[in-house]
Write a protein that binds this ligand. Structure first.
Ligand SMILES: [Zn+2]
Length: 335
């Protein structure tokens, strides 16, 4: 009886108890330590309800948030050589790949999808940090090339969403080759006259930040994201100096001109949609509609010589003519 009540019963109870209360019902905010109920956290797009810290999210969730109504089509990425260097550290690279694939359900650290954002066509190349730290190897480079080609083919904007620790060291020089490769890929989009926007998420570091991730026409970032090449500790040890508060954070980079906008997660779809509508011509008939709407007389009169009512810009210099001519077209657009 003793054996049953003292040993067997507690064991059984503990087994049942564990199933009743899964460990992940509450999640701790890594920034402020607040415990947040998992449903509340999901409803708030994995942004801390107490301090606003943006936690990392999967590529799938990211794409759902970015595209209109969460609707998009992913494309199949080309096959790439697996473990070309037969690399092995504590574990075989092929084993690491297998683990990452079963954990994330993804083939590699990048997902390419297309759909609409704010009604404009867009191709999104999104990293999954859960897949080997979002590291960039041959497959990721191939994904970026495929995304760029698709954008050119569809005459859509390209949006890259890096979340990466940098190059994948298990692929050595081949992973470094993805830096020029991805650079050329995004250049093709720019040459086609299409917008290329980068949405920097936590973290964007190493070879990724040193290639396509810093080449956008516009750089948007999520609040608090770490963006940089080398880590803070490495820099401090190298230059033997204390780095300023908030160094390598999105807000710091915005204040120093490296990032254009810091946008909270919930506003990303709306912000990207607005940017895309400004950067792309939706279709020719609509563009034709806009032109007659602009009062052509007003524009001609405003810039015309001998106009009795001169604006400030016009009265100061002769260059005022150019200034007002530049300003004029914006007014009908706004109205
Ligand atoms: Zn928090």
């Amino acid at each position: 009886m003793n054996w049953i009540s003292d040993y067997v019963r507690p064991r059984i109870r503990s087994l049942i108890a564990k199933q009743d209360v899964p460990e992940n019902l509450w999640e701790k905010c890594p920034s402020c330590g607040q415990m947040i109920f998992h449903r509340e956290l999901e409803a708030n797009l994995r942004v801390c309800t107490a301090c606003g810290h943006h936690m990392r999210i999967s590529a799938q969730r990211r794409l759902e948030l970015l595209f209109d109504e969460g609707e998009f089509q992913t494309i199949e990425l080309p096959e790439t050589p697996v473990d070309p260097l037969r690399f092995r550290d504590r574990e075989r690279y092929t084993d690491r790949l297998k683990k990452a694939r079963s954990k994330t359900g993804k083939q590699d650290a990048i997902v390419v999808a297309h759909g609409t954002i704010g009604g404009s066509k867009a191709v999104v190349a999104c990293f999954d940090f859960a897949f080997m730290g979002g590291s960039m190897g041959i497959a990721v480079g191939e994904g970026l090339v495929a995304a760029a080609r698709l954008a050119v083919l569809q005459e859509a904007a390209l949006i890259a969403v890096p979340a990466s620790g940098g190059a994948r060291m298990q692929e050595g020089i081949l992973s470094l080759m993805q830096m020029p490769r991805s650079t050329i890929a995004v250049e093709q989009v720019k040459e086609a006259g299409l917008p290329y926007i980068v949405l920097l998420t936590d973290p964007t570091t190493g070879g990724v930040s040193a290639s396509f991730a810093m080449l956008g026409d516009i750089h948007i970032s999520e609040p608090g994201a770490v963006i940089g090449f080398a880590g803070q500790r490495v820099i401090e040890e190298t230059i033997r100096e204390q780095l300023p508060e908030g160094f390598q954070r999105a807000e710091y980079l915005r204040d120093h001109g490296m990032v254009d906008l810091v946008v909270p997660r919930g506003e990303l779809n709306a912000t990207l949609g607005r940017l895309l509508s400004l950067l792309t011509v939706p279709s020719l008939p609509r563009a034709a509609e806009i032109i007659p709407l602009a009062p052509p007389e007003a524009a001609a009169d405003g810039t015309g010589p001998g106009e009795p009512v001169a604006t400030e810009a016009e009265s100061v210099t002769s260059g005022g003519e150019l200034e007002s001519a530049e300003r004029e077209p914006q007014e009908p657009r706004g109205g």
